[in-house]
Design a protein around this ligand. Structure first.
Ligand code: ZN
Ligand code: ZN
Length: 336
């Protein structure tokens, strides 16, 4: 008999520890663990939150036109932003893809699924890479750009609340710090929605064809799911914002989706001497078992709603019980 505390086999490398609730959300407080979680390497801030903030700053500084120019929707600046987003996503995704899947720099070390992805007729053009790249470049980037353009245009015209970053730097820093938490809750909500059977069949199944995801799978979704995913930016229509906050918010969604689908828990550089976290094990388990871990676990929202899978046999049994109950509830087809 399999002991309940044992790990469930998930097809390849798994982190040595079960997925835990971040120490920020546990009681009694564990201040040292909180400090390590927030400031430690491969923690809440470093490298990704800080990296996305830095890239967002550079993008805003060098790529975003002045308010005067953005007051009117004109082809030139909109096309420029579209091409810039296209270039950003191609460079970022290719970086991970080339290193991990073409060069295979670390072979299957830290790969959640020890098999390499296989093409099948499920994919557009019968090829996972073409399917994923097509959906990313032809749907994700235009929809990401549309949200960016509409938000900046509305801001340039004074239709949505604006805050000057130089006058309120602490407010802007707090936004950078808290955005990942908001993203988790937003993503959980839209993700549960698209797992509703009708929407799953029409929309979300496009993303779930990637049972063995690669970096290009991150934004490989049905256009309707892109509309939902990037709708997170509507937060900046409600709270006082500025172009940096808008650019960084959208950039974070795109870049993080790619990292979360690298398929590798850790990515190693310099002969293994440097290591950064890649995809979350939590989202990999979602791709493997579907109706668990709708969020990435930074906020314990899955635990709250009973959809958490920490990688243990016990969580696996709970999940199977839940599936059995759900199937029992579904009305059986009338017999002729
Ligand atoms: Zn996914
Ligand atoms: Zn899903």
């Amino acid at each position: 008999m399999v002991h309940e505390t044992e790990r469930v086999d998930t097809g390849g490398w798994a982190p040595p520890e079960l997925i835990e609730i971040p120490p920020v959300f546990v009681w009694p407080p564990r201040p040292i663990d909180v400090f390590k979680f927030v400031f430690g390497w491969n923690g809440y801030l470093y490298p990704y939150t800080v990296l996305y903030a830095g890239l967002g700053f550079l993008a805003w500084w060098y790529l975003i036109p002045d308010f005067a120019e953005m007051k009117n929707l004109r082809f030139d600046w909109i096309a420029k932003l579209f091409l810039e987003n296209l270039a950003i996503i191609i460079v970022w995704t290719s970086f991970w893809h080339l290193r991990l899947y073409v060069q295979r720099a670390q072979d299957t070390e830290y790969k959640f699924n020890k098999r390499w992805p296989k093409n099948s007729d499920l994919f557009l053009f019968g090829n996972q890479f073409y399917d994923n790249a097509f959906l990313t470049l032809v749907s994700a980037v235009p929809i990401w750009t549309a949200y960016l353009v509409l938000t900046l245009w509305a801001m340039a015209n004074g239709w949505i609340p604006y805050v000057d970053a130089r006058e309120h730097p602490i407010y802007v820093a707090l936004f950078v710090l808290l955005l990942p938490l908001f993203r988790e809750v937003h993503f959980y909500a839209i993700h549960r929605l698209v797992h509703w059977p009708v929407l799953y069949r029409w929309i979300h199944s496009v993303h779930h064809k990637n049972s063995n995801p690669t970096p290009w799978s991150g934004l490989a979704m049905h256009p309707a799911e892109h509309v939902l995913l990037f709708s997170s930016i509507l937060l900046n229509w409600i709270i006082p914002s500025n172009p940096f906050m808008v650019v960084m918010h959208l950039l974070r969604i795109s870049l993080n989706s790619v990292v979360d689908h690298t398929g590798f828990g850790k990515v190693v550089f310099v002969d293994g001497k440097a290591q950064i976290d890649g995809a979350s094990y939590s989202h990999y388990l979602h791709h493997r078992f579907f109706e668990v871990n709708y969020s990435d676990g930074v906020v314990p929202i899955d635990r709250l709603f009973g959809t958490f899978h920490d990688g243990s046999q016990k969580a696996h049994n709970t999940m199977n019980e839940r599936f059995k109950k759900k199937n029992a509830k579904e009305p059986s087809a009338p017999t002729p």
